[in-house]
Design a protein around this ligand. Structure first.
Ligand code: PLP
Length: 396
């Protein structure tokens, strides 16, 4: 019954699904507290108080017909204005409500903008390692994902390799900063150099290359690190944002697209993305959550919780002899597999009841991703198991 196009997608998604099911089975056997599941990027910090208060105020105080009704497909105008004003204050932009489209999280924003720009066979560049769903999203519109290999010394984008892959078919580049899975924040210097190359190459190929800046982790940064706002450096940039991580609302599905006036043909792009949002079936972003965003537009999560986890896990793994970059953002550690076969390393971890995701799921074999958006106590409890794994590989 299912389409030929869906078959490889089922096969491709089985690694994480199998791990998820394995985690449930293991918890039933060993007890939930004895299984150290670091596989999912599901925030463990509750949404900030202002979210709960906003929901109560809206449900008790706003017109229920309005709160639960249809609205313009791009979202409520007052909400879009609040988002635009916040971005203008924070990044010195000149967005108005007409530049913002409320979306059903980043996944929906990415699909909207890809549907807006892609013709079959168009190419979308992405820097490895990257969030594996991009491949499916680009494939939805018969685009071709072109992977730029990683620079595993720094995990900054490999710009020389990017340049080599730009050609007449290149339509866009997806940039995810702070990065899932590496935890690295791409520096201003890197973004400037990237912008120079893209401008030059856009002239050469005769059409603009759109940067799709996927930034659900923008607010999750440590040690005062700054995340460059790409539209300030490269005009043809559309920002895809999500409140899944910054407000711990992944199940509520809320985010936005920001299409600035500097983007080539921005009015057409915004009109097409709004239609894409409707015809992909989302119609409009969840109404109640839009009203919440209006009231919590500048709220963020308690970053201290993730920072404490980061320091404990990073410090301990380094002490046990594992190699990894100190993450500057998001809530992931990307650890070099001490086994040449990273799948076997994941299996050894699993034998010690530790669940981690193989780097090949992010187009970066030889590494594993550890999501530390879990309780501090889970990390503490898992440390002896990590020590055992380190001993098994002669690191300790
Ligand atoms: N982009 C990246 C890099 C992500 O890590 C995720 C989710 O983990 C998403 C997009 C999708 O986020 P959302 O829940 O807002 O759809």
């Amino acid at each position: 019954m299912i389409s030929e196009k869906m078959r490889p997608m089922i096969a491709g998604s089985s690694v994480i699904r199998a791990m998820f099911e394995e985690g449930i089975k293991m918890a039933a056997i060993y007890g939930k507290e004895n299984v150290y599941d670091f596989s999912l990027g599901n925030p463990n910090v509750p949404a900030p108080d202002c979210v709960r208060q906003a929901i109560l105020d809206i449900v008790n105080g706003e017109d229920p017909v309005m709160v639960h009704g249809y609205m313009p497909n791009a979202g409520y105008e007052d909400v879009r204005r609040a988002v635009a004003d916040s971005l203008n204050r924070r990044f010195g932009m000149d967005y108005g409500p007409e530049n913002i489209i409320m979306t059903v999280g980043a996944a929906s924003g990415l699909n909207d903008i890809l549907k807006t720009i892609l013709d079959p066979g168009d190419e979308v560049l992405v820097f490895a390692p990257f969030f594996g769903e991009y491949g499916s999203y680009v494939g939805n519109y018969d685009g071709k994902l072109v992977i730029v290999p990683p620079d595993t010394d720094t995990f900054q984008p490999n710009l020389e390799e990017m340049e080599k892959r730009i050609g007449a078919k290149t339509k866009a580049l997806i940039v995810n900063n702070p990065n899932n899975p590496s935890g690295v924040v791409y520096s201003e210097e890197t973004i400037r150099r990237m912008a120079e190359i893209l401008e030059r190459k856009s002239r050469e190929i005769g059409h603009p290359i759109l940067v799709i800046s996927d930034e659900p982790y923008r607010e999750l940064v440590y040690d005062g690190v700054q995340v460059p706002y790409i539209p300030k450096f490269y005009k043809d940039t559309v920002v895809v944002y999500s409140y899944s991580k910054s407000l711990s609302l992944p199940g509520e599905r809320i985010g936005y697209l920001a299409i600035s006036r500097q983007v080539t043909d921005w009015e057409d792009v915004a009109a097409a993305a709004t239609i894409a949002h409707r015809i992909l079936g989302s119609v409009n972003a969840p109404s109640l959550m839009q009203r919440v965003i209006m009231r919590c537009v500048d709220a963020t999560t308690d970053i201290q919780v993730y920072d404490r986890n980061r320091m404990l896990l990073y410090g301990s793994l380094k002490e046990y002899g594992f190699q990894c970059m100190k993450p500057e953002g998001a809530f992931y550690l990307f650890v070099k597999s001490p086994d040449e076969d990273e799948a076997r390393f994941c299996q050894v971890c699993k034998e010690h009841r530790i669940l981690v995701v193989p780097g090949s799921s992010f187009a970066c074999p030889g590494y594993v991703r550890i999501a530390y958006c879990v309780s501090y106590e889970q990390i503490e409890r898992s440390l002896p198991a990590f020590q055992e794994v380190a001993k098994a590989y002669g690191l300790l």
